[in-house]
Design a protein around this ligand. Structure first.
Ligand code: ADP
Length: 809
């Protein structure tokens, strides 16, 4: 039977009343209006105050509620006011103002029910006023019960509506039966709206704040991640600093005090990066790698292979590493495993010196950092691999370069000493050895002799020189005897030998000797020395064997070169002897021959009486053969003089014209005997020349002689002219001609064109060689132009005044 929303209205004025009464009424109305005005002002002020509170401190919802409750109670003239929020099926008291006890059962939450005035306002989403609640036992069983117990009667509840939903209720009560006026009801509605604004404001504010916070955190995480990635991606980044940055960032973002990164190696967790670890604990940590097991955070993390959270290490029953708590001041701990391709490779751990759990978000974040650590470790591994490969490659290139250089040196004309010094230098460099040497095996002494060295003290050199090494003796002798590389990884551990002692004194600890073999014969040894203990790798041994082969070749080359030089020298001496002998012999032959020719001439001239016809022909033959022989001897003598450098010109004035006439006269009979047409064509008025006339005549005679000799039909012609400061003389014929490839060679000693026709003509093959020498000694040149089958033209270019070398005037 409840009466919802009972509204009291003011009484109207009575038109029939007396003037006094009317004045009274008007006065009343005035004061009522004044009161309403004041009330309105007061309401306005209160509303403004509430709005100010709401806007100034949006986070302080409680204060806004308190303000609203107080204003509502005061302005609606209620004994108390409460603000209640809906929380699912429950109502929760959030503000209370007034002397009445606020709650029915002592708690601040109670069941949402229509049996309560507040509950009904919420459920029905409308304003509910009950004038005398204790009397409404049927309609509001719980409400009337509460009213009786708390001692109130009139109750007004206005729902707090947001988007059609009742999210709470504002409730005012009176200890008497006096329903609230319409104005008070609408006033309470305003307060209800304000409460909704306050709630909404706070909700939005919180939302904005949460979002801002989220964004900020995301940004912070992102920046941190990108910082770490930046460090990781730096190509020169070393793993240590990268991981240090990573663990530091992880600790900072997750509000941890310290952090560590471990690498799992041989089932032990080794610290590889740390942040915020107290020095004394750090040392302990570094010296004590951790095994798998539940007693430590990292041990437990790698054991379980998933994130491990220890709320408080100080009270964790399984945790045993008390040093972490005592020295490291670690309480709440978080460990996340580092996993690469399903394999556990380590863990990242964070710890707080206070007890404060890590949030799920933080755990997720550390997992991200763990992934980054794995990337960094993987990167470093790949980088290292690439670096190693690059280094290997660079080294191979260096080796190739060194081998190339050595090869070049070996094939060059450098002195053996220099080549070997270069080989030792490269061998030392490539094998990373401080010093080295090359010994050459001296077969005569049957010992190795030092030939080239690098970084060997004078003392050591003289010691080695004074101590010839025999086969089988010391490392050099041993490698020679065994014909293979031998090495000593630690000189201090081998039986003593004076040379070893000396090396030890110089700080040498390891030695490698490689034999130099030539056709399986030992020609020497290459040795390198290091000041550190340790065996030389097979790669180095192989490389030094290449150097050894090169050295053997160099030594062999040098030996061959030496032999050739010796032989050449011997040959030269022999040749000089021969030339001398030939010159002497020619001279010796010429003297009796000249006498014989002289007598023959006297005989043919009839100085010894008239000779019989037969004898005359014989004497003539003796004369002809004798002259031929003399010619030959003269030619040989000339050549031997040229070879021994004794050929000299004797310069004087001469005339080309008369020289040509002399030659013509001497040879014309030969030409006519072969029925050859003989022509001479010398330009008139040629200047006198300055040169060795007999020798030049000899040249011309030889050319014309050859022309007549080789030509069977046609003509022979001598031409003479001048051009610039030279005479130009040519001897042409219509003979067989000279093949193109023979044009140069016919001027060589003893060279004759190899054909039956020319061979059949006899001759020594020396005439043109002598002619060339004579012309060149005059500063001129001689050459031949020819077409095979058509004839040849020999040309001379002869300076009018000889620029003679070795001439005597
Ligand atoms: P020789 O005539 O004594 O053999 P030369 O040095 O004078 O020696 O000549 C060398 C060679 O050159 C000759 O043997 C011949 O083969 C070639 N030769 C020289 N002159 C002529 C020529 N006019 N015609 C063809 N061949 C020639």
């Amino acid at each position: 039977m409840g009466r919802a929303c009972a509204v009291m209205t003011a009484s109207p004025t009575d038109d029939n009343a007396s003037p006094e009464h009317r004045i009274q009424v008007l006065t009343n109305e005035l004061s009522h209006t004044r009161g309403e005005l004041m009330e309105a002002r007061e309401q306005q002020a209160a509303t403004a105050e509430i709005l100010r509170v709401i806007s100034r401190s949006p986070m302080d919802l409680q204060r806004a509620f308190a303000e609203i409750a107080a204003s509502a109670a005061r302005l609606c003239d209620a004994n108390d006011a409460t603000i209640i929020q809906v929380n699912g099926d429950f109502l929760r008291l959030v503000a209370h103002h007034g002397p009445l006890a606020s709650l029915p059962l002592g708690g601040n939450t109670f069941q949402l029910t229509r049996g309560l005035v507040t509950g009904r306002a919420v459920v029905d989403r409308r304003t509910v006023q009950v004038a005398d609640l204790p009397a409404e036992t049927d309609e509001f069983p719980e409400g009337s019960d509460m009213a009786r117990r708390l001692g109130f009667h009139t109750n007004l509840a206005v729902p707090l509506m947001r988007a059609g939903e009742a999210i709470g209720v504002i409730n005012i009560r009176r200890t008497e039966v006096r329903p609230f006026t319409d104005r008070q009801i609408s006033l309470l509605n305003i307060f209800a709206d304000q409460a909704v604004i306050a709630i909404e404001n706070t909700r939005l504010f919180e939302k904005v704040q949460a979002r801002t916070c989220e964004l900020q955190q995301a940004l912070e995480y992102q920046t941190a991640s990108s910082d770490v990635l930046k460090v990781i991606s730096r190509s020169d980044a070393e793993l240590g600093p990268v991981l240090d940055t990573l663990v530091e960032t992880a600790a900072r973002i997750c509000r941890a005090d310290c952090g560590l990164i471990f690498r799992l190696q041989d089932d032990l967790c080794h610290t590889i990066a740390s942040f915020g670890i107290p020095a004394e604990y750090k040392d302990f940590q570094l010296c004590n790698p951790i095994t798998r097991g539940r007693g430590t955070l990292v041990g437990r993390t790698v054991l379980e292979g998933r994130p491990v959270h220890i709320e408080d290490a100080a009270v964790d029953p399984e945790y045993t590493r008390i040093e972490a708590v005592q020295l490291g001041r670690q309480r709440t701990m978080l460990g996340v495993p580092l996993v690469r391709d399903d394999a556990l490779i380590g863990a990242i751990t964070l710890a707080r010196s206070r007890v404060e759990s890590f949030t799920q978000q933080q755990i997720d974040l550390v997992t991200t950092f763990a992934d980054q650590a794995v990337i960094a470790i993987e990167n470093a591994r790949l980088f290292e691999e690439v670096r190693a490969r690059t280094w290997e490659l660079a080294r191979s290139l260096e080796e190739l370069k060194a081998l190339g250089e050595v090869g070049q040196a070996v094939n060059s004309t450098l002195k053996l000493e220099k080549v070997l010094a270069m080989i030792v230098a490269h061998a030392c460099e490539i094998s990373d050895s401080g010093g080295g040497a090359i010994y050459v095996f001296d077969h005569a002494r049957s010992a190795f002799v030092l030939e080239a060295s690098r970084n060997m003290s004078e003392e050591l050199i003289s010691m080695v020189r004074g101590h010839p090494i025999h086969l089988g003796e010391t490392l050099v002798g041993q490698c020679g005897a065994r014909r293979e590389a031998v090495q000593i990884a630690d000189l201090a551990k081998v039986p003593p030998h004076p040379l070893f002692e000396m090396h030890l004194k110089a700080g040498v600890r390891a030695l490698l000797a490689v034999p130099l073999l030539h056709q399986d014969e030992v020609v020497g040894a290459l040795i390198v020395r290091r000041k550190r203990v340790g065996a030389f790798t097979p790669q180095i041994v192989n490389l030094l064997q290449s150097f050894a082969s090169q050295s053997a070749i160099a030594i062999q080359n040098a030996r061959l070169f030496q032999e050739i030089e010796d032989k050449s020298r011997q040959l030269e001496i022999a040749s000089q002897h021969k030339s001398q002998f030939v010159a002497n012999m020619s001279h010796e032959l010429r003297t009796p021959l000249a006498a014989m020719l002289g007598y023959a001439e006297l005989l043919s001239d009839g100085m010894f009486g008239e000779l019989p016809e037969k004898s005359i022909r014989i004497v003539e033959r003796v004369q002809a053969n004798g002259k031929h022989l003399l010619g030959l001897i003269n030619t040989v003598l000339d050549i031997s003089k040229i070879e021994s450098g004794q050929f000299k010109l004797s310069l004087s004035e001469y005339s080309i014209d008369s020289m040509v006439q002399t030659v013509r006269m001497a040879t014309e009979s030969l030409a006519s005997a072969k029925k050859l047409f003989f022509k001479t064509n010398v330009v008139k008025g040629l200047p006198y020349g300055w040169g060795d006339e007999p020798r030049l005549t000899q040249v011309l005679l030889n050319l014309v002689g050859n022309a007549i000799k080789f030509t069977e039909a046609g003509e022979v012609c001598i031409s003479g002219g001048a051009k610039d400061d030279s005479f130009v003389i040519s001897v042409s014929d219509t003979g067989p001609g000279i093949p193109y490839e023979e044009r140069e060679r016919i001027f060589d000693k003893f060279h004759q064109v190899d054909s039956t026709s020319t061979r059949a003509k006899g001759g020594t093959g020396l005439g043109l060689a002598i002619a060339k020498e004579i012309i060149e000694m005059h500063g001129g040149r001689i050459w031949v132009e020819s077409i095979v089958g058509r004839g040849s033209t020999f040309r001379l270019e002869l300076p009018v005044r000889a620029r003679a070398s070795g001439a005597t005037a």
